[in-house]
Design a protein around this ligand. Structure first.
Ligand code: ATP
Ligand code: MG
Length: 617
């Protein structure tokens, strides 16, 4: 049950250039330039106002030192400092509102893009990437980008402005003392650089571990019944703990680097302070700078400690943001393997009941070593075609190719007379009702689940489709009938009920082609047969393909195709196949005495119609 490493799932992914990655967010910065500019002006104003405070202190201290200070003078300085603090508070609120707000807008934009892009991707993509990996993009990666573009940007600008201005004021007081105080700075830059590279690598691992953890929880929840049925709780718990521990370990490895960045910056700041205390003190004693200058200088140096420490934090935020943005870029660059090549006018598809022509169609799944279909040639036109064969013989694969869920080579598959590759995907898909082997229902009402393919459908149409799928009466038995919620917070349906709801959904779409891939298998033989008999009336003249293992159902179709190891092994009417096909006869004989099948022994060898008469329906 443990998910595979996402690194493996993402084989062949190439990291994109920095410019391409940044290209994802730069237009958003540009679009919100006014908001950003206003926010940054407020931020810079805060920095400058804060820098005035040491200067006011210097004036106060100097006046105290030379004895010119009066009570009013000191009160005025104190009042000014208070006023500045008030303006700073208002401006701080302003920049926070504008810049953090911007980062949330950016996050929202990226999230919407990721979601809409995921909707364009096809099955090949989802077979290679785990849901956990995709969810990690939508949570952790987006958060990292939002942090980098919000607080990261603030800290970077703040640090830059504060350090430049503070250094400017320090130089104004005494150039050589400033140079001395800044002596340890290159060391700090070097340490930060070295640590940031490590941080980048370790953060990548954290993100991958998070993907694994998310995927594990998802798969466990999805298959919770299986977990309980096989009493796998302890095993799952142990695996989860292991994954959790690995995640914590990789996070601690990140924290170690971050933990080093801050003390290193602080230490360097304090070394500077030591130098200033010693050499600055000597300058005061020698009368080269005033006591006020000395106090102001030390205050400026204190103001420099935060920007120095911020370098580490900003670098870490920036690295995290870039790594995450790179991963998001990679996801957004994934292109669907199935894409429209040529846009043909819709009128080319006006054949009332389109059918398929398969010519030497072969197909292998992206990760598979053996082809699932080999040289299949077949015409599927109006009428009901039954498809049967051993498990793994390629029936579902054929259905999926017809429904355009996987790409096919040119010249192999024709729909309504045109090569499918020359037709828009939507044009083909919108003409096919597809009921897959696995039923997919949403946590919504019964009515909404049926109406999914035709959101505007009225209640009468929904009920009619449900009647044709032989589920109407059972729906009426539910607590709130068609308004009953299914799934998580609503009632649970049986396998057969789920299948018939999916069939009703496809019937409601009223598409000219209907593909039912073994989608009635959970029904008892009688119900399945009743459904198919009802469908015969309803689908008269349409192109219908039904995959089934049930002879009773197959005998109601116009023609039966038997598949074996990805090829068409035989085809014909029920009676013909019974006479000459060993597999078909075996299936017939095996089902002969199954309860509910009710096939008379003496029917073998008679015509199809007489066979049908022998079935007790
Ligand atoms: P069943 O009666 O059990 O539904 P089937 O006839 O529908 O079987 P398919 O699902 O078409 O069989 O599978 C045909 C072959 O393709 C099998 O060997 C299967 O293992 C393989 N296969 C199916 N789906 C995939 C996939 N997504 N990736 C790789 N191989 C696949
Ligand atoms: Mg199948």
């Amino acid at each position: 049950m443990k998910p595979e490493s996402t690194a493996q799932a993402g084989q062949g992914r190439r990291p994109a250039g920095k410019r391409a990655v940044l290209g994802l967010v730069l237009p958003i910065f540009f679009r919100h330039r006014r908001r950003l500019a206003l926010g940054l002006v407020a931020l810079i104003a805060v920095d400058f106002l804060q820098l005035i405070i040491p200067h006011l202190l210097k004036i106060g201290v100097d006046s105290l030192a030379d004895g010119t200070a009066t009570e009013n003078h000191l009160l005025a300085i104190g009042g000014l400092i208070l006023l500045i603090a008030l303006v700073v508070a208002i401006l701080r609120f302003t920049w926070r509102y504008l810049i953090v707000g911007f980062s949330r807008l950016l996050e929202c934009n990226l999230r919407n893009r990721i979601f809409s892009h995921i909707l364009t991707l096809d099955r090949s993509f989802f077979e290679q990437r785990t849901t956990g990996d995709i969810m990690a993009h939508a949570s952790n990666d987006l958060l990292a980008v939002q942090m980098a573009c919000g607080m990261g940007l603030v800290a970077a600008v703040d640090a830059l402005v504060m350090s430049c201005a503070a250094i400017g004021f320090m130089v104004h007081i005494h150039l050589r003392l400033t140079l001395l105080a800044l002596l340890p700075m290159p060391l700090l830059a070097l340490c930060t650089r070295l640590l940031a590279t490590r941080l980048h690598q370790r953060f990548n691992i954290v993100q991958e571990q998070f993907s694994l953890l998310t995927e594990f929880v998802r798969t466990t929840l999805v298959s919770i019944r299986l977990v309980k049925a096989y009493t796998m709780e302890n095993l799952q718990e142990r695996d989860f703990e292991q994954l959790g521990r690995a995640y914590v370990r990789s996070n601690i490895r990140v924290a170690t680097i971050q933990g080093l960045l801050f003390p290193v910056a602080g230490l360097v700041g304090n070394v500077g302070m030591l130098l200033v205390l010693y050499f600055g003190g000597r300058l005061v004693i020698a009368g080269r700078i005033s006591l006020g200058d000395f106090v102001a200088f030390i205050t400026y140096l204190y103001m420099l400690v935060w920007p120095m420490m911020a370098i580490g934090w900003v670098t870490s935020l920036g690295q995290r943001g870039m790594t995450s943005l790179g991963r998001i870029h990679e996801l957004l660059s994934a292109a669907p393997r199935l894409q429209d090549r040529v846009r043909v006018p819709e009128k080319r598809l006006t054949i009332p009941v389109p059918g398929f022509r398969l010519r030497d169609l072969s197909f292998a799944y992206p990760a598979a070593t053996h082809p699932a279909l080999r040289h299949v040639s077949l015409d599927i036109g109006p009428g009901i075609l039954g498809l049967t064969g051993r498990t793994g013989s390629g029936k579902s694969t054929l259905c999926k190719l017809l429904a355009r869920l996987y790409p096919v080579a040119d010249g192999c598959l024709f729909f309504a007379g045109s090569d499918v590759n020359s037709l828009p995907l939507d044009a083909v898909r919108s003409r096919i009702g597809y009921v897959g082997q696995e039923t997919v229902l949403f946590s919504d009402t019964v009515a909404a689940n049926i109406a999914m393919g035709r959101p505007g459908a009225g209640r009468t149409e929904i009920e009619e489709a449900a009647r044709q799928a032989a589920i109407h009466h059972e729906i009426l038995q539910l607590p709130k009938g068609y308004e009953t919620l299914i799934g998580e917070r609503g009632v649970k349906l049986s396998g057969g009920q789920r299948q018939r709801l999916a069939l009703a959904r496809a019937l409601l779409c009223r598409r000219p082609v209907l593909i039912i891939d073994d989608a009635l298998s959970a029904l008892d033989v009688e119900t399945e047969y009743a459904v198919i008999v009802a469908l015969r009336q309803r689908l008269r003249g349409k192109t219908v393909l039904i995959v089934s293992q049930r002879i009773k159902l197959l005998s109601e179709t116009d023609e039966i195709v038997i598949m074996e190891q990805g090829t068409i092994a035989d085809r014909g009417g029920h009676e013909e196949l019974f006479q000459r096909n060993a597999l078909y006869r075996f299936m017939y004989e095996k089902q002969l005495h199954e309860p509910g099948v009710g096939i008379n022994n003496g029917t073998a060898g008679k015509t199809t119609s007489s066979f049908r008469q022998g079935i007790n329906v």
